[in-house]
Design a protein around this ligand. Sequence first.
Ligand SMILES: Nc1ncnc2c1ncn2[C@@H]1O[C@H](COP(=O)(O)OP(=O)(O)OP(=O)(O)O)[C@@H](O)[C@H]1O
Length: 661
Amino acid sequence: MTDSCLNKSDQRSHIEDGNSELSSDFSILPEPQHSCMKGKEHLQVYLRIRPFSSAESSGGESQDCVTMEPPDTVLLKPPSLSLLARLSSDQSLPQTGQRFQFSKVYGPETTQNELFEGTVKDLVKDVLEGGNSLVFTYGVTNSGKTFTFLGPDCEAGILPRSLHVIFSSIHDHVFQGLGVKPHRCREFTVLNREQQAEEALFKKNLLKQFKENEKSNISLLNMTNQTLLEGSTVMGTDAAAEDEISLKFKPNTKFSVWVSFCEIYNENIHDLLEVAPSGAPRRAALRLSQDVKGNAFVKDLHWVQVNSAEEAYKVVKLGRRNQSFSSTRLNQLSSRSHSIFSIRILSVEEIEPPRVHSISELCLCDLAGSERCAKTQNKGERLKEAGNINTSLLILGKCIKALRHNQQTKLLQHVPFRESKLTHYLQGFFCGRGRACMIVNINQCASMYDETLNVLKFSAVAQKVVVLISRPIPIIPQASCSDSSFSRTSGRKTVTSSSSSSLTGWETSLEDVQEDEEEASLMEDTMEQTDDRESDESDEIIVSKRVHERQVALLKELQLHLKKERAENLLLETQVREEVSREFSELFSNMRRDYEERLVREKEILEERAERRLEIFKNLTKKMSSAGSSSDSQTMCEGTPNNATGPATNSIWWHLKSYRT
Ligand SMILES: Nc1ncnc2c1ncn2[C@@H]1O[C@H](COP(=O)(O)OP(=O)(O)OP(=O)(O)O)[C@@H](O)[C@H]1O
């Protein structure tokens, strides 16, 4: 049953793709109007400076280009050999350097734990409380993004630390059932027994694959001398009891945690948890779809339910193993794709059937590094990868710039979210889905000065972008089954708590549901499904009529309110349109008047000039006839004045010449 539900909704997604709301592309991040909005804040931008490697130190890379000015500023000075420095020395200009400000700057000595505590932990807390958050690492190749994101086992990065904190905070409140699963972008689906068995099998096979791969991982590690894929424990010995976040647990409420892992490689999305077809070099490309609200989600992406941080970490490692990375001149283990690890937490009331109260998400992205092909000396496939990486990062830059522009001026600029898969996927987080944080990584190498300067300039713009933070409206927990279900025998369709809440999200409200016909019909589909499922169970009346009537009355009242609001909006829009067209026609008629006046003036000037020339010509002919000398006139016709003919002839010759030119 749910299968067909999924199919239908998936088909719908295709249609929605075309109907997506363009308005969000012009997002100016308006004042929060929605009841679920919490506020707005600047995009948090943190800077991490990685230490020199021994090879870099001995190779003369250390030229004091980067100076930290704690807590939030960095000074970048050109090295003696950089292009800019050459220019400035040529022109005898002082080499001053540029200052950049961040939310906070973390120096080379910063430990992984200090960075996590100062940047991501707060976002994890927010997600555990029902919010949505995005964290992404940004920087040039070999700047330490993957180290920050994942890190070696002995120095776990932000991803394993987030998993550790999530599970140590919810400890014995993990919902281990497979009855509810995240669906699309902000919904969930209820699984029947068969589907639950399929989920369990998929997870079992995945973890089995992990075991099989462990041996080959170790041989890979020996080859590359990297530890990113090693081991199976989260954070090794670094884990501490104080890492957990204290939460207020509602009675009977548990947390169902699901994870997914995908990469964007050469503008194609691949599921890193999918087994590649035998012989195929790569997994099938997945589609980026949208729900009716224009929220992007990856269609057919696998979501795996995890019961512990260790289990989740195994999934991370397995996905990482499938990710595209290769050796370039600048980095032995360079990520050739943007990887996106998502953790969705469903807050579930443990009753029969389970009821979902909220869905929240922590999205962690490790972006591939921008690179100069002259420096990496990439060729063939690597060059193509680099081109795609640079293009998508460029578009991210354009989006950030346009968002910033739209916040500063009234004239809205198009935000090109859809020009790359990465920005399209992340769009929601820049337009009110939740909090966003960027960790900018730089290395201090003198040879990377120009690239680092560009990264810092981009960060300075990003730092000023304001993002809306919305919180999901919690689904009001219903006291009992009888309060939440409609009677079959009263001629209505059965709605279980799950279907009524399957539209949960950061921007779902009654308004959304009623406004959107597609959403409503989707809800009806779900109703039908549930209807069939319930029909097997009982025909009993399980409705509290009083509650039902109250809800119907509320619904009618809201509908009326909505109609009124729509009418008002329509009126306002008409007025605005009229005003705009009036202003434009006034502008055009003014322009026309101006042009006409100019034309008249030009005509007058031309006439005046023509008359003057005629006058000159007449005078000339008069003078010529009075001069009378045939030899003079002959000389004039040949175009050469003759000194012997006297000043009058010369002056005529000069006038004629100037008249010709
Ligand atoms: N804070 C740090 N402390 C110690 N070593 C670091 C640190 N950050 C990065 N490194 C080391 O620097 C090298 C490059 O780091 P990393 O692979 O994370 O770069 P990257 O930005 O992800 O590169 P790419 O974009 O090419 O994948 C690695 O050897 C890593 O171990």
